[in-house]
Design a protein around this ligand. Structure first.
Ligand code: ADP
Ligand code: MG
Length: 460
């Protein structure tokens, strides 16, 4: 991948990080209540040669922020980044910018764009699905980098861009973000975004009204065509045929195609071979299941936007327990914050437990100690019997510790019970194992990934 995207991506993440830290400092300085009223609604829009642009949707808030807090924001930000020269706060209302002193240059947020692109066929875009709102971590960094590249390139960098991953991991979000950014850079460009189902629906309607010429005509002048969830056309032969022709025609004219699916082109079922191979021609970027770190960053980012305060330990609890996808994380957070603001209570772990009982149960498959021991032995190629043996060489002791750690975290067994199941060991041995594994997970990235992988295999 070129250094150019890496540079943009780095800069982007860097600014997000600076903004997060500026907000953290201000929050500590002015206290939660004031922070929530004035800073939560404020978001980072762009940065260009020393000028940071922030936006807010309420003019009263804007005036107040400028009068009371402008200098504070500026001085805090300067501490983070000496290149910052000024801070501007603009008003963005109903999705459109009203007061805007200077927003030339690379804008990170596309909230001001009208989203009714190509009204005839394109579906609406969600204005919240921007690059700014997309939190990047290891599991989605390739997909994110590829999306940025497509959005920023004047030429077609790879065709198609094929994004795939499980449900709720951000495919649609990234596609909308690309569309917003392309339109922001050049409003003249025609972008069509639609789900594969909608494509099929329009096509079948066209067939019925014997109007396939008009159907095709809609795509003829498009610059960028995005089809979401292409797995839905599997087995639908005539739609696939039509899609294949549209696809080829657009690729031949050097128009950008962006496709998403729940599986890689090779693994998509019910798709013709020629289609499958064609889909894999460009760049295939997958979004992996989220790791703990990314789950926590997403929760922190979403928490900032809420009206209520969610303590850090609750966020960590959620990030541990809800491993499926971002949609479920969002759902959990919304549910506890709605409850807390309705009953006017502070959020705590106990409340979270109660409110999310159903979610917490469904997002985890029940595993038992024996399954953990079996999976861990297989994974590290040691004998199942060594899980309870007295042998203490590192190659055996480490997997055993990992299995104890997983038993503590994935089952509801007590420490003494776990000790007993591992060759009648004392519960302090289990505590030691849990601490050791936690320590290694924090220190050693590849170790951490290994454990994460085991958890994923056990829970799915
Ligand atoms: P998919 O299309 O892969 O099923 P979506 O793009 O619809 O998933 O994402 C589901 C929800 O999770 C959306 O509200 C989206 O904004 C949010 N989301 C997904 N990934 C991220 C991310 N990395 N950062 C922030 N929000 C995300
Ligand atoms: Mg989707």
């Amino acid at each position: 991948m070129s250094t150019n995207i890496d540079k943009n991506k780095d800069e982007f993440q860097e600014l997000q990080a600076q903004w997060a830290s500026v907000r953290g400092k201000i929050r500590r300085k002015i206290g939660d209540a004031l922070f929530k009223s004035w800073f939560k609604p404020l978001s980072l829009v762009s940065y260009d040669s020393g000028v940071i642009v922030l936006s807010v949707s309420n003019s009263f808030q804007r005036t107040r922020l400028i009068e009371e807090y402008h200098d504070l924001i500026k001085s805090q930000w300067k501490e983070q980044n000496s290149k910052i020269k000024s801070i501007e706060i603009k008003l963005v209302k109903n999705n459109r910018e009203i007061i805007n002193k200077k927003v030339d240059g690379p804008t990170l947020n596309s909230n001001k764009i009208k989203t009714n692109i190509s009204p005839k066929i394109s579906a609406d875009l969600d204005k919240r699905f921007t690059f700014t709102n997309f939190i990047v971590g290891k599991p989605n960094e390739l997909a994110f980098a590829a999306a940025i590249r497509v959005a920023e390139s004047k030429k077609v960098p790879f065709n198609p861009l094929f994004l795939y991953g499980g449900v709720g991991l951000g495919k649609t979000h990234l596609m909308h973000a690309i569309a917003h950014e392309i339109k922001r850079r050049n409003p003249e460009r025609r972008v069509i975004y639609l789900s594969a189902e909608k494509f099929m629906y329009h096509f079948i309607k066209a067939l019925r009204f014997k109007d396939t010429v008009a159907f095709k005509e809609q795509f003829r002048t498009v610059d960028v065509l995005m089809i979401d969830d292409v797995q839905f056309i599997s087995g639908k032969d005539s739609t696939q045929e039509e899609f294949f022709h549209t696809f080829n025609a657009l690729v031949d004219q050097n128009r950008q195609l962006i496709i998403s699916a729940d599986k890689s082109p090779q693994d998509l079922e019910g798709i013709e071979e020629r289609m499958r191979s064609r889909l894999g021609w460009g760049l295939v970027a997958d979004i992996h299941p989220l790791n703990y770190e990314l789950r926590l960053s997403i929760l922190q980012a979403k928490e900032e936007k809420l009206q209520v305060n969610v303590p850090q330990n609750v966020l960590e609890f959620l990030a541990h327990k809800i491993t499926t996808n971002v949609r479920e994380l969002e759902g959990a957070l919304n549910r506890i914050s709605a409850f807390s603001s309705l009953v006017g209570k502070e959020i705590n772990i106990e409340m979270t437990h109660d409110l999310l009982r159903d979610l917490l149960r469904s997002s985890q498959k029940k595993v038992n100690i024996e399954q953990i021991q079996k999976k861990v032995s297989e994974h590290f190629n040691v004998k199942m019997s060594d899980m309870s043996s007295a042998r203490r060489s590192r190659t055996i002791a480490r997997p055993r510790q990992i299995a104890m750690y997983l038993s503590k975290n994935l089952t509801s067994r007590s420490l003494p019970e776990i000790g007993r199941r591992f060759g009648n060991r004392d519960h302090t041995t289990v505590i030691h194992a849990v601490r050791k594994v936690e320590e290694l997970r924090n220190k050693d990235l590849s170790f951490d990934e290994d454990v994460e992988l085991l958890i994923r295999m056990l829970e799915s």
